[in-house]
Design a protein around this ligand. Sequence first.
Ligand code: WT7
Length: 667
Amino acid sequence: MTTGASSAGADAGTSAGLSNLLHEERRFPPSPEFAARAVAGPDLYERAAADRLGFWEEQARALRWERPWERVLDWQPPFAQWFVGGQLNVAVNCVDRHVEAGLGDRVAVHWEGEPGDTRTITYAQLKDDVCRATNALLELGVRKGDRVAIYLPMVPEAIVTMLACARLGAPHSVVFGGFSAEALRSRIDDAQAKLVVTSDGGYRRGKASALKPAVDEAVAQTPSVEHVLVVRRTGGEVAWTEGRDVWWDDVVPRQSAEHAAEAHDSEHPLYILYTSGTTGKPKGILHTSGGYLTQCAYTHRNVFDLQPETDVYWCTADIGWVTGHSYIVYGPLANGATQVVYEGTPDTPHKGRWWEIVQKYGVTILYTAPTAIRTCMKWGDDVPAQFDLSSLRVLGSVGEPINPEAWVWYRRTIGGDRTPVVDTWWQTETGAIMISPLPGVTATKPGSAQVALPGVVADVVDDTGASVPDGGGGYLVLREPWPSMLRTIWGDDQRYVDTYWSRFEAMYFAGDGAKKDEDGDLWLLGRVDDVMNVSGHRISTTEVESALVSHPKVAEAAVVGATDPTTGQGIVAFVILRGAAAEAAAEDAEAGEAVVQELRRHVAKEIGPIAKPRQVMVVAELPKTRSGKIMRRLLRDVAENRSLGDVTTLADPTVMNLIGQGLGSGS
Ligand code: WT7
């Protein structure tokens, strides 16, 4: 860890200072009408506090189990098993049981493509689609336990494939479509995936953008892959490897719509999802079945006040992130919700596209990220004002701290000053929401995620692991295991232990700085490790540094996340160029600018466009401690144009002058 929680506070991506945040006086209690109809009541907290494990059992009973569990929790710290001995099928819970309950005609997904094409999928149709896809996977040789990589745009086939994998018990590994061929290759390889499901491409910003070329490049180096199953979405030309590549349309539609699902153990692996850690190698977060689905369904119902008969829910995340897994696929479908799934970008073909979708489908619950809210704020109030947003009744936020200003704008401008706003804190590792207000119960407070959900035990501790008093700050920890917790890092138990369970004795270390205010409410302040949060996406500084030094012109690189008013943090890279390149850049500003652009493109190609540095600064030297560690805090100060603070530990104090001179060659 390079920074303490106090410096993390300055990273929270908020315009107001921390002390302002903690003196937030505004409160928004639920209206009596809302509270009277709400799914959650204050009794949830009491019941969970009285008998935590019994409370989780009660939540698990909302699912269909083919065999009941014998023990609710087996905790061999830090390895947990939940609902031990129980068996269920996750896909049956998400689809079949709703059809069997007579809800087959209910719309599961209102899908809206970016170009404006639409598909309406009922639960009955979804069941048939999932069964056909399951049978197709079987025909392609996939068996229980095999891994399947999914690299798809936001098309219904992504949901169908995930559920088909769950049905078979073949863990999926969804790789965000914005990731590069190299990122895909390393993820396929780490999981030893047997099948890749992809498409010719998808629509982004009004254009067809190809996906298959990245798969071809990746799979050329991953011998574990036997087949590539290709969904036709854009109709673009694709290169084809006979025998390996198979069109979805050639194998899936002709399958039987019947598939007798096997019940899997509660702890059977459901999926692997890769997330950035503090080293260059992404961590394969492993989630299992019974506990994960229990907490997804419970949180989705209570945090969003889901009334499945009448609500139209919309989560704007991509299926490539955990939010898409838990709050597009597993939570909503387990609850029999009707939801909107949108393929594209918020400003295509115009900046009101999201609000047009809300109006068109009568969306009642909206779940999105602060970065999107701040972008909409920037576009102006007159954009949403052109649409009827009166159907909305609950608004959610996730992915990064939401500054009070954006929170209040969201409630007023989007929610008509009527909707509760729930700021939900969780992580890929936690699997489901952990800290959030409950609509209908909590008097909400702009900027604070407030309290741990019933059944979850969170705390803020100091360096020594002691709980801080109200008003204090430190590190966010979780004191008790929870059903949807990660079980390990795929293939690396030791890294699991080291990363999450070694910083503090018997506590899960989340990697976030946090404060408790005078009411005991929690304020999340951003990462305290070398992980950046850019538009709600986790990217490690080391990953970007490795990408930079893989370029032949780069000798050394240091990367920091600098506060950014829209994206939370922006990636700023400091690079030392190699001999000839360095000389050329020093002599000629144009050559310097050209190399900066070349390096930005190089990172986008190596990792994906989300990792493209906002700024690249060419410098002659980097500030290091006497032990040779790059002083990222200092670089962040430079990137944010703050005063430099204490530089007495610098090996060479003149370095900062050199860096100062390099500030000119930004982007
Ligand atoms: C990190 C987890 C959870 C799904 C999306 C991101 C930050 C997440 C909040 C929030 C403050 C938040 C944390 C966390 N984060 N939600 N409501 N308030 N910070 O999942 O990629 O695993 O990132 O996102 O820093 O550790 P992820």
